[in-house]
Design a protein around this ligand. Structure first.
Ligand code: FES
Ligand SMILES: [Fe+2]
Length: 300
């Protein structure tokens, strides 16, 4: 399964700063150096204290538990055993965001837009009281498109594993009466084609074509205090002028946000329970099997 994680907005990471991120694999510090970006493990090698909450001076942190001290840029242990260094992970900037590599696989990409063609706008993190897998499976639940999102499916959706990713494609028509529904209906002329690809249960790529507009959404999911932190990056295909692209990314952010806001209430406290699956839920079941064999009866 793809090991790239969406960690932060690139603009948040200034040279000389330590930026905190919580990946599914654990907490890290992000750093910008002369040669690029880097992630450094933020768990103390002694007993595992989270160094994001440790006292800090410049690039140095002193573990709050037993005072081992670390130089984060080099990872070296300055006070404590010499071999107790902080590990590093490769990181890359793309789509206005910082991605950290925790395992095999290619950086996220869109099917219909090269990275150089994309204007990207990282959004704000949203905390949900629901496990990350519950949020991810929601993206593949076509049965709630009508009830939650006011979208009518125009034809049977296609879904399944494609290589090492899981993909869902569907076409729908907005049928709601909210301003965002009406605008989407007008922009799309009644047909929105959506492709949703999970690179892992922690990184989802959405592409949407409405009329002549192609837009995309990258969604990073990581465990947070309440359950899951959702980090979106809104993308559109560049059309020329910077101002026009800036306006289009903001419009796209508003439309995606209006769409995703409808998931907030249903996902609060969501946990999959035994006997959940009914006809019509096949895409969710297939996603869960791909994601690691969570079966009814296990909590998502
Ligand atoms: S847990 Fe960090 S020094 Fe002991
Ligand atoms: Fe949804």
């Amino acid at each position: 399964m793809n090991g790239w994680r969406l960690a932060a907005a690139a603009r948040e990471l200034r040279e000389g700063d330590l930026l905190e991120a919580n990946l599914p694999e654990g907490p890290v510090f992000l750093l910008r150096t002369g040669s690029g970006v880097l992630a450094r493990g933020a768990r103390c090698p002694h007993m595992g204290a989270d160094l994001r909450f440790a006292p800090r001076r410049g690039g140095r942190v002193t573990c709050a538990l037993h005072a081992w001290e670390f130089d984060v840029p080099s990872g070296a242990c300055l006070a404590g055993p010499r071999d107790a260094s902080l590990f590093s992970l490769p990181a890359r900037e793309a789509f206005g965001a910082v991605f950290v590599q925790t395992g095999e696989g290619a950086l996220p990409a869109f099917e219909s837009m090269e990275e150089s063609e994309v204007a990207a706008l990282p959004g704000s993190r949203v905390a949900l009281a629901c496990a990350p897998l519950g949020v991810a499976l929601n993206a593949f639940d076509v049965a709630h498109l009508g009830t939650v999102h006011r979208r009518e499916l125009l034809e049977p959706p296609e879904f399944g594993a494609v290589g090492d990713v899981f993909r869902l494609r569907y076409a729908s028509r907005p049928s709601g009466r909210a301003p965002s529904d009406r605008l989407m209906l007008a922009l799309s002329k009644g047909r929105i084609e959506v492709t949703i690809t999970a690179l892992s249960p922690f990184l989802i790529v959405v592409e949407s074509r409405a009329g002549t507009t192609t837009s995309g959404l990258l969604v990073g999911l990581s465990p947070g205090g309440a359950g899951t932190e959702v980090f979106p990056v809104f993308c559109v295909k560049r059309s020329g002028g910077r101002l026009a692209d800036a306006l289009r990314t903001r419009l796209s952010r508003w439309l995606y946000t209006e769409f995703l806001k409808r998931d907030l209430v249903p996902l609060t406290g969501f946990a999959l329970t035994e006997g959940s699956f009914q006809p019509g839920d096949e895409s969710v079941r297939a996603f869960l099997e791909w994601a690691g064999g969570v079966r009814p009866g296990e909590r998502a």
